[in-house]
Design a protein around this ligand. Structure first.
Ligand SMILES: NC(=O)c1ccc[n+]([C@@H]2O[C@H](COP(=O)([O-])OP(=O)(O)OC[C@H]3O[C@@H](n4cnc5c(N)ncnc54)[C@H](OP(=O)(O)O)[C@@H]3O)[C@@H](O)[C@H]2O)c1
Length: 404
């Protein structure tokens, strides 16, 4: 029989599992399946779970609650998690409309070539959104170390994978971190995706690692949103001097995060900042770029403006891979021709899974050095309303859905 043998442990039981290339369960899979049903407490004998899915790129109106198969553990480094809460990110609301589809399909194809398996957790359709979660580990692959069944964890799912807006999710063990019991579920679920995105902007693109932030002046555009509210706290804890730009009604929230708030609706704010010319780093977490803020950076000191809204995926969506890459390269090069001539650097940043960063962030959360800022909590049954809440904009922290 052609197929791929995977050994995994479910609730401490080690079982051999056969995943035939036909992708149909056979009688040889039943012992594993029976154990899983018992161990994860699923009454449905066909290993089904509830998941918010789309069978096309119809946006939020296309979201339906389906009975889907519980995702199998196919890679020995993966874990299966029973989801307790998950956040809704702006990316969820656009991926379901087809944003980034060509790139995500390439990433899925490359993953399958590399692993030599057809992974139903990484098919294009149906789509399940949800890039992060808090939950309980209910199954681990053979090579997983340091994470075990029964552990409470928080974690992320890569954008090409099936997401956490479902009762169960599979992700590499390197994408999860043990979560102490003293941390509130909704707060913790609000953080992983935005926090790793913010980390990537500051540490990877902005080149300010923990331990090097003391005294640095950082300007956060979009300080009241998901990424911004996390970065204000992280950089304050690291000893940076942070200014958070937000709208007038978010000033109290941003001040409560330990930073100086500034109101972008006040016409004097931007001229004051650009006249300052004293910032080491600017992070744009507000959506569309406003390049006038580049002038707020210290000139000729290696200071950077890092945007979380690069045009890369949009260019590839519109022009295809090669032409989209060329257009994007030209755009960043042209922008830097101008900004480098003034002694400032313009950079892009992207979400990146990062085990060490996740562990650092979880430690800060568990020791109450930072908190998850939660804008709204929706029951799982109201997931489409949670998406609409995010689509309405004006976020004050994160939107979270709960399954418990
Ligand atoms: N590149 C990546 O991999 C990646 C990953 C995650 C997120 N992102 C992007 O990064 C951005 C931030 O993400 P997020 O999850 O934090 O979004 P979010 O929660 O929607 O936050 C955006 C915040 O910006 C505020 N805002 C809007 N216009 C502003 C302005 N001119 N000045 C200052 N604040 C302004 C919004 O509130 P008001 O409208 O009330 O002012 C809101 O609080 C989004 O564009 C998102 O798509 C990129």
């Amino acid at each position: 029989m052609s197929g791929m043998k995977i050994i995994c442990r479910v609730k401490g039981v080690q079982l051999r599992r056969l995943w035939p290339q036909s992708r149909q369960f056979t009688s040889s899979t039943r012992p594993y399946a029976t154990q899983t049903e018992e161990s994860v407490g699923v009454e449905d004998k066909r290993l089904r779970m509830r998941a918010w899915q789309l069978n096309g790129y119809d946006g939020v109106e296309g979201l339906t609650l389906e009975m889907a198969r519980i995702p199998p553990i196919l890679r020995p480094s993966d874990v299966l998690v029973k989801v307790h809460a998950a956040s809704v990110n702006p990316i969820d609301t656009v991926l379901i409309g087809g944003y980034g589809r060509p790139v995500l399909n390439i990433m899925r194809a490359l993953g399958q070539l590399e692993q030599g398996i057809v992974d139903p957790n990484q098919t294009e359709l149906p789509i399940t959104g949800g890039r992060d979660f808090v939950g309980e580990v209910v199954g681990v692959g053979q090579r997983v170390r340091g994470i075990s069944v029964g552990q409470r964890v928080l974690g992320v799912v890569s954008p090409q994978g099936q997401g956490s807006h479902a009762e169960f999710v599979v992700t590499p063990a390197s994408n999860v971190c043990s979560l102490p019991d003293n941390v509130n579920t909704e707060e913790a679920a609000s953080l992983p995706y935005t926090a790793l995105t913010g980390w990537s902007a500051v540490v990877v693109s902005g080149m300010i690692p923990p331990g090097k932030a003391l005294g640095k002046r950082v300007l956060i555009l979009g300080a009241a949103g998901g990424v911004g509210s996390f970065l204000c706290q992280l950089l304050s804890v690291w000893g940076a001097q942070v200014t958070g730009v937000c709208s007038n009604d978010a000033m109290d929230l941003v001040a409560s995060l330990g930073v100086e708030p500034l109101d972008y609706t006040d016409p004097s704010t931007k001229p004051m900042l650009t006249a300052d010319k004293g910032y080491d780093l600017i992070i744009n977490a507000a959506g569309k770029d406003d390049l006038e803020y580049l002038s707020a950076l210290k000139p000729w000191m290696g200071a950077s403006y890092v945007t979380l809204s690069p045009p890369l995926l949009t260019n590839i969506d519109q022009r295809g891979l090669a032409a989209g890459l060329i257009k994007s390269a030209r755009e960043i090069a042209c922008q830097n021709l101008t900004s480098l001539s003034e002694g400032r650097v313009y950079k892009w940043a992207f979400f990146m899974p990062n085990t060490r960063a996740l562990s650092h962030i979880t430690h800060l959360l568990a020791t109450h050095m930072i908190r998850g800022v939660v804008d709204g909590v929706f029951p799982f049954s109201q997931t489409p309303q949670a998406y609409k809440h995010v689509l309405n904009g004006h976020a004050r922290g994160k939107t979270v859905i709960t399954l418990t």
